[in-house]
Design a protein around this ligand. Structure first.
Ligand SMILES: Cc1cc2nc3c(=O)[nH]c(=O)nc-3n(C[C@H](O)[C@H](O)[C@H](O)COP(=O)(O)OP(=O)(O)OC[C@H]3O[C@@H](n4cnc5c(N)ncnc54)[C@H](O)[C@@H]3O)c2cc1C
Length: 376
């Protein structure tokens, strides 16, 4: 089939790789002029690494990613540990894949290199998606129209394809601003557990610090949140004030504060959410990743759910023809909506692995084997 994808993010590229492997003719439209080193971390838990391993990019990811040893929860003032889950080799044994933490740009590069040449048309925005008989068309920013047997909206939280299908609705600001920073490991000398994924749980859900290694452990990533009344800016990497952030965490345990002390600069962005949807598809047009199910990052599953979507979508489309593509999309969304809605809700509840260490329903999911059934 001739397939168009809006957005060359994690989800769009992973779907394109899987669909090209099945012999489909895939074009991705990406509004950015090129990939920059934008963003910082991506956390890939075993469920996502297993999905990406099946696409053949696992070996490349392991060249730059770090492999956190444990997933630890600690209390903001006493420093007491409330949970400790072994990852790395233990996760590999239990789930068939480890957790990998990687710079977003390295993940995007690995995905791009696995695509057929010329798959991505950069500097081309999808402005709208329209149904066209049994097929679909994308209206592009260069004034042309791309006719396809299937159109996939993988165009992120502000998805134009979603607006075309289901009307204009805007993500809700959660009242939380997130800060991200990366520091060289040497600046963290003496801070314990730098090789693990650690979450410091604050006295209220508005305050938390998350840290994990990146780049084979040579760099340490730090994430923190603060409350704010409203938000009007746009962007993932707006400059933040490290002094203000340290002041907001002045009452935290010294080992948590040491993480913020090691950061020299920090970026900030807003946390937005949308409610889970009942449908993602209309005819031969569907949604994937953040376009379908944006979530706050408190389970660190944004890129993971997009990777799972990509594999399940390709499996649902295996053997499909233009005549039965709509039915294949119904099988895809029937398989994916319940799980992603549960992760959206769990992320918002912000209590994942605060206590207890059973992560099986999230980390043990196998996108290559999940059941595909007809929608009710
Ligand atoms: C620039 C950027 C930086 C990020 N940084 C981080 C980070 O540091 N940590 C983190 O946890 N998450 C980050 N995220 C979010 C994270 O990548 C996603 O939550 C997750 O990977 C799901 O991916 P996705 O493919 O569904 O969406 P996204 O990763 O958001 O990708 C969507 C893609 O679609 C493109 N696009 C948007 N609208 C259109 C359009 N109309 N036509 C064509 N192309 C379009 C965007 O430029 C983008 O490349 C970032 C996202 C972006 C876009």
């Amino acid at each position: 089939m001739k397939i168009g994808i809006a957005g060359a993010g994690v989800g769009g590229m992973a779907a394109a790789i899987a669909l090209q492997k099945q012999g489909h003719d895939v074009t991705i439209f990406e509004r950015a002029r090129a990939f920059g080193r934008i963003g910082a971390d991506v956390n890939l838990t075993p469920n996502a690494v297993h999905a990406l391993d099946g696409l053949g990019i696992g070996a490349v990811l392991r060249k730059t990613a770090a492999r956190p040893e444990y997933r630890i929860s600690r209390t903001w003032d006493s420093g007491a540990e409330t949970s400790r889950l072994p990852m790395s080799t233990a996760a590999e044994e239990r789930y068939g894949a480890p957790q990998l933490t990687i710079h977003r740009a390295d993940l995007l590069a690995a995905l791009e290199n696995a695509l057929a040449p010329q798959t991505i048309r950069f500097a081309t925005q999808v402005e709208a998606a329209v149904r066209n008989g049994g097929g679909a068309a994308a209206i592009l920013s260069d004034g042309t129209r791309f006719e396809a047997d299937l159109l996939i909206g993988a165009d992120g939280i502000h998805s134009a394809v979603r607006h075309s299908l289901f009307g204009e609705d805007h993500p809700r600001f959660t009242g939380l601003v997130s800060y991200r920073a990366v520091f060289p490991r040497a600046r963290g000398d003496g801070i314990p557990n730098l090789d693990s994924f650690t979450k410091w749980w604050g006295p209220t859900p508005e305050r938390q610090i998350v840290t994990f290694p990146l780049n084979l452990g040579s760099e340490i990533f730090v994430f923190a949140t603060t409350p704010q009344e409203d938000w009007t800016e746009e962007g993932w990497t707006l400059p933040g004030d490290i002094g203000e952030l340290r002041a907001a965490y002045a009452d935290f345990h010294p080992e948590a504060r040491a993480l913020l002390d090691a950061c020299e600069t920090v970026t900030r962005s807003a946390l937005h959410v949308r409610e889970p949807m009942e449908r993602w598809s209309e005819g031969a047009i569907t949604l994937l990743g953040d376009a379908a199910h944006p979530m706050v990052p408190f389970m660190a599953q944004g890129a993971c759910m997009a990777s799972e979507d990509a594999v399940v979508l390709a499996r649902a489309l295996d053997g499909a023809t233009p005549a039965n593509v709509a039915g294949a999309l119904r099988r895809y969304e029937a398989a994916r909506i319940p799980r992603t809605a549960k992760v959206q809700e769990g992320s918002l509840a912000n209590d994942w692995l605060k206590q207890g260490t059973n992560a099986d329903w999230v980390y043990g999911y196998d996108a290559w084997a999940a059941e595909l059934t007809e929608a009710a």
